[in-house]
Design a protein around this ligand. Structure first.
Ligand code: ZN
Length: 152
């Protein structure tokens, strides 16, 4: 198994999303919010969700300060979960968590991660795993109506 099969793509995608984050900034109709903090790196993100009566994530956005990985991951998360149901979103959280901790091999196991598989090599850098997963913890915090969450 090659150590860095997607390294160039990974770097390009991270830089591009960091520079032009998707779904950035709060919106007034948000029904759920939560703040996520990663003390190891200093990343601080807030997630905003609007969940419709059919349990579908109608809209999601984020804002905050942090490293390129945390911001790019948050940006990609918002595009990945928009239009999904809450159960689908929680299942995707689990798949992403397994991906970034090296428990899911996206080339060999079934998943719904799509473009999020660019994070597949990050388990080799444990301090970066928390950057990548911060927005997902904040998302889960918002769904569980926790005002804030921490990766520690
Ligand atoms: Zn970070």
């Amino acid at each position: 198994m090659s150590a860095h099969p997607h390294r160039e793509l990974y770097q390009q995608v991270i830089l591009e999303h960091n520079k032009n984050p998707r779904n950035y900034g709060p919106f007034p109709e948000a029904t759920h919010t939560s703040e996520g903090y990663n003390p190891l790196c200093g990343d601080h993100l807030k997630i905003f969700l609007k969940i419709g009566e059919d349990n579908i994530i109608d809209r999601v956005s984020f804002e905050g300060d942090g490293c390129a990985i945390s911001r790019a991951s948050a940006s990609m998360m918002t595009t990945a979960i928009q239009g999904k149901t809450v159960p689908e979103t929680l299942a995707l959280f689990e798949e992403f968590q397994n991906l970034v901790t090296g428990k899911l091999d996206p080339d060999r196991q079934p998943h719904h991660l799509g473009k999020l598989t660019i994070f597949s090599g990050i388990w080799q850098f444990p301090s970066r795993v928390k950057c990548a997963i911060l927005s997902w913890h904040a998302l889960k915090g918002a769904l569980e109506r926790q005002a804030s969450v921490s990766t520690e």
